[in-house]
Design a protein around this ligand. Structure first.
Ligand code: CAA
Length: 382
């Protein structure tokens, strides 16, 4: 038998996350969207409910859940508020390099505190001049005794203003491109770190996005994750594992847009009938639903393959899931605004926020174009 029937534990996780967003996220999503404040109180409650850092293995005190479980969680968070969901999801993104490539001592020392309190982490790969071409980054790491000295700037870093730990990708020799890269866990306390002001974004206003600069930041060798030269592999292996959950957050946002559009179409009357009576609207709703269902299956497939250890296939489905779910959510949110008509274009109704929020999913954790590059490379390789 093949299928994606959820286990009792998975169904319980999904149900708990759904209740959490209904009680703690949806009621405040509009407030954080308008104020662009960081939702510290929601993060605290998410942590208290066991909804953060869920992939930390049991032997280190975590829940030991997999990528498939993270997909289930992030669909619910995305249905609540993508900005808040991103703040939570990026913790997993930033901790995954340490979980996958760190030694036991590093995992206990660096990740242990995340199980003791609602700490945040940032994944620092992107730079002002190195976005999609991540291997061209310029932040340097220079060996100095028992430390490395980091210099450079990072851009568009989620959680940057509130993170306790930064996972930072650097180069020891730029001429080596991807083979010269290294990954370090850097404490917020380290001297020489400056964090920029929050970016004034179109959407996902609740997530904190900033530039960070590192000026002669001394990092102990004990915080080198993996080996010098492993940095690019660490970054891409991590992204393969986290893109399915980010994709799933877009499925959640699209599901919410569809839900609102269905409700509105039954209430809104034109030509003496609810607009849901018109086939033009019915076909739009049907297409929106098909897209949501199809994207969810790709997310499930990607999570399933990665959890099975089929990393190559996982990478392939991860790119499909991220590309399709992000583009699909943008289409579905745009159609939801269309069904609401003029009302949908105002902040009185929830769908314009979803439309602004989902746009970012086509950009971060690898653009939709980069996902196509990854898919095409899989198709064309021997
Ligand atoms: N896993 C492991 N290793 C991989 C890999 C993968 N998925 N893909 C490639 N590699 C390895 C290759 O095998 C190769 O190794 P060898 O040299 O030993 O053969 C090496 O990495 C270089 O590979 P490529 O030549 O394919 O690399 P490239 O420079 O052409 O780049 C890319 C490939 C797919 C375009 C990659 O750069 C990429 O994914 N870019 C997008 C970056 C990205 O997603 N950024 C988002 C940042 S996270 C974020 O958004 C933060 C946030 O806060 C939300």
């Amino acid at each position: 038998m093949a299928g994606f029937r959820l286990s009792d534990e998975q169904a319980a996780l999904k149900e708990m996350a759904r209740k959490f967003i209904e009680k703690e996220v949806i009621p405040v999503a509009g407030k954080y969207d308008s104020s662009a404040e960081f939702p510290r109180d929601v993060i605290q409650k998410a942590w208290e409910n066991g909804l953060m850092n869920i992939t930390v293995p049991e032997r280190f005190g975590g829940l030991g859940l997999g990528v498939f479980d993270d997909v289930l969680l992030n669909e619910e968070l995305g249905a609540g508020c993508l900005g808040i969901g991103t703040s939570i999801a990026v913790n997993t993104l930033a901790l995954t390099p340490i979980l996958l490539f760190g030694n036991d001592e590093q995992i206990q020392r660096l990740i242990g505190p995340f199980l003791e309190g609602p700490k945040l982490a940032s994944f620092c790969l992107t730079e002002p001049g190195a976005g999609s071409d991540a291997a061209s980054l310029s932040t340097t790491a220079r060996e100095d005794g028992d430390s490395y000295i980091l210099n450079g700037s990072k851009m568009w870093i989620t959680n940057a203003g509130f993170a306790d730990l930064y996972t930072v990708f650097c180069t020891v020799d730029k001429s080596l491109k991807s083979k010269g890269m290294a990954c370090f866990a850097v404490s917020r306390e380290a001297q020489g770190i400056s964090v920029g002001k929050p970016e004034d974004k179109m959407g996902q206003k609740a997530s904190d996005t900033r530039a960070i600069s590192f000026e002669n930041v001394r990092v102990p060798k004990a915080n080198l994750i993996g080996n010098i030269g492993d940095g690019f592999k660490i970054a891409l292996t991590t992204l393969d594992r986290t893109r399915p959950a980010i994709a799933s957050s877009a499925v959640g946002a699209a599901r919410a847009a569809l839900h609102y559009a269905i409700g509105y179409s039954k209430e809104r009357k034109q030509f003496n009938r609810p607009i849901s009576d018109f086939q033009a609207i019915q076909f739009m709703l049907a297409d929106m639903a098909t897209k949501v269902e199809a994207a969810r299956l790709l997310c499930y497939q990607a999570g399933f393959e990665i959890d099975q250890g089929n990393l190559k296939l996982g990478s392939y489905y991860s790119a499909h899931a991220k590309r399709f779910a992000a583009d699909m959510a943008m289409e579905v949110a745009t159609d939801a605004v269309q069904i609401y008509g003029g009302y949908g274009y105002t902040k009185e109704y929830p769908v314009e926020k979803i439309m602004r929020d989902v746009k970012l999913v086509q950009i971060y954790e690898g653009t939709s174009q980069i996902q196509r590059v990854v898919i095409a490379r899989h198709l064309l390789e021997d």
